[in-house]
Design a protein around this ligand. Structure first.
Ligand SMILES: Cc1cc2nc3c(=O)[nH]c(=O)nc-3n(C[C@H](O)[C@H](O)[C@H](O)COP(=O)(O)O)c2cc1C
Length: 203
């Protein structure tokens, strides 16, 4: 890889973490992945309701699910994390996902979706804190979904404001995600340049 490498396509992994069969946060996540897919990006959905990760350190050997999710995480250049608001924090399944894969987040950008009746600001903060601890980059705003206001009885998203915010995040995640990923990879492979945090990730 050279210092002029550029990423023409950004790989974006959406992580849905509600265990409910029909989830507002995962529905919103699917909508944003569709929007992201229309830009210079490829997308994948990891729905933790369907792909069950065991609790960290609860298995002696990697399960099929762990192997599959590891591949997806390594493939991803950027993430959208979606969670319900559980007592002002993220879901346990999302925290477990972050605990598993923290070492693959450096130089990658994260966007956030929370389903909450109360805006979910502390939830957003806690996801940002965990991602920062893992040297990931966070988008400076997130999307808060209030199910009673933003969805109709058929569970379709309503309202131009929320739709516009999802458009904005889809656009910004791809644009900023590419810049950050490119710079990180270039710094990573420019061994003469020592004083950059990417240098800590050289093998
Ligand atoms: C254990 C638990 C704790 C919750 N805590 C909150 C909360 O603190 N604030 C809030 O607005 N909603 C809270 N909720 C409601 C969920 O965040 C809300 O129903 C959300 O839309 C569920 O997202 P989902 O449809 O993606 O599963 C809680 C729900 C559960 C089951």
């Amino acid at each position: 890889m050279t210092s002029t490498e550029s990423k023409s396509i950004l790989n974006v992994l959406g992580v849905g973490s509600s265990m409910r069969q029909i989830s507002y946060s995962t529905t919103a996540l699917k909508i944003i992945l569709e929007k992201v897919g229309g830009k210079d990006a490829e997308t994948n959905l990891l729905d933790l309701q369907k792909t069950r990760l065991p609790m960290l350190y609860s298995q002696e050997d990697d399960t099929e699910e762990i192997v599959r999710v590891t591949e997806l995480v390594k493939w991803a250049d950027a993430f959208v994390l979606a969670t319900p608001d559980y007592h002002g924090s993220m879901s346990g399944s999302l925290k477990n996902f972050l605990d598993y894969f923290w070492s693959d987040f450096a130089g990658k950008t994260f966007g956030y979706i929370v389903a909450s009746h109360e805006k979910g600001l502390t939830v957003m903060d806690q996801m940002r804190t965990a991602v920062r601890q893992c040297y990931g980059w966070s988008m400076p705003y997130g999307i808060s979904i209030n199910p009673e206001v933003d969805f109709n009885d058929k569970r379709e998203l309503i309202g131009t404001k929320i739709s516009s915010r999802l458009d904005m995040l889809a656009r910004d995640l791809v644009v900023y995600g590419k810049l950050i990923r490119e710079q990180f990879l270039n710094d990573l492979h420019r061994s003469s340049l020592v004083n950059t945090f990417a240098g800590y990730y050289r093998k």
